[in-house]
Write a protein that binds this ligand. Structure first.
Ligand code: AHR
Length: 326
């Protein structure tokens, strides 16, 4: 009984944590009537600058759109996200949106939402469920393409040489869509030329601290690293500290490619410590609210909405840094 009580309390706390919405009187429980709706949003965590910007975008957009937002932070744990989604189902929100920590293991909870007639929108990250009727749409980046862009820059950078290029890779959270896809896209491009060799690849969990720790280990084991490919800016920034700690010059002794283009990453790019950044936009809030309203109103939405993104060289970073929103 004590355990059941505690579980119920943690579900309630999870569902209400950080509720950032305002406006509207909706959320009366899956009614979908009128403009005022309640969204339950199950966020991955607060692991990176990208995630912080994404959370702000969702909370700000909910406010502007008059959507009542119930927000939860899963601290990068799938079980927390599943609890939050179940709590939103119990609360009869109008729509559930979430950014899945990992790709697998969602079918059961998504079926529960479907059985309760609560539409689900995937945002930022995908799930690998074969049954695509379990969610209405998926809004987010093409992570494979991001990996390809990283690989294409590398191929161009080394087009004139024939010597081996030793690459180390800092992967994102194991099992997450961006880690899987950014790895695959990068590999697809570099494998065309055998001079590119990934000599070490390990997760840094998308955090600065882990990026530093893993890069320190890479540097100890491999004195001959030419390139670091980090699946996000934060891990790249942690790795820069490790590289400098080892007496090497980031951006010169070791070339660095990252993904995201958050302000700290762009600053390091402008400073010459990173060589190339592939953009991944966290500003998904306005599109998410738009899709949510349509879905709740029973309107058709595209099954996939891909975010528009670019890439940045060091020169381009210097030009746009002062106007960067996040
Ligand atoms: O899912 C998007 C990724 O998650 C971002 O690239 C990374 O910074 C974040 O943690």
């Amino acid at each position: 009984m004590v355990l059941a009580g505690l579980t119920a309390m943690s579900l309630a706390a999870c569902g209400d944590a950080g509720s950032g919405g305002s406006g509207g009187s909706g959320g009366s429980g899956g009614s979908g009537g009128g403009d005022a709706i309640t969204m339950g949003f199950a966020q991955v965590g607060a692991e990176s600058g990208w995630r912080t910007a994404n959370t702000k975008s969702v909370q700000d957009a909910a406010k502007s759109a008059g959507v009542t937002l119930k927000f939860s932070d899963a601290q990068q744990k799938q079980e927390n996200q599943i609890k939050a989604i179940r709590s939103y189902i119990q609360q009869r929100v109008d729509v559930i949106a979430f950014s899945p920590v990992v790709e697998s293991g969602w079918d059961t909870v998504l079926k529960e939402a479907k059985d309760a007639n609560i539409p689900v929108i995937l945002t930022d990250r995908a799930v690998d469920s074969a049954d695509t009727s379990l969610y209405k749409t998926f809004l987010g980046s093409d992570f494979v393409e991001e990996g390809r862009k990283a690989g294409q820059w590398l191929v161009e950078e080394y087009q004139d040489g024939s010597e081996t290029v030793n690459i180390v890779e800092l992967q994102g959270t194991t099992g997450s869509a961006p880690a899987n896809d950014r790895k695959a896209g990068f590999q697809e491009i570099i494998q065309a030329d055998p001079k590119f060799k990934i000599i070490a690849s390990q997760t840094g969990d998308f955090t600065r601290a882990k990026g530093k720790e893993v890069m320190e280990a890479f540097l100890k084991a491999h004195p001959d690293i030419d390139v670091l490919y980090a699946h996000n800016d934060d891990m790249g920034l942690g790795a820069i500290e490790a590289i400098e700690g080892a007496g090497k010059v980031p951006g010169q002794d070791i070339k660095i490619i990252t993904v995201d283009a958050v302000r700290d990453g762009m600053q390091a790019l402008a400073d010459g410590k990173i060589n190339f950044i592939v953009e991944c936009s966290p500003l998904l809030g306005p599109q998410l609210m738009d899709l949510a309203k349509k879905v709740v109103a029973g309107q058709q939405v595209p099954a996939r909405v891909v975010t528009e993104e670019t890439t940045f060289t060091q020169e381009q970073a210097k030009q746009v840094l002062s106007t960067r929103q996040y």
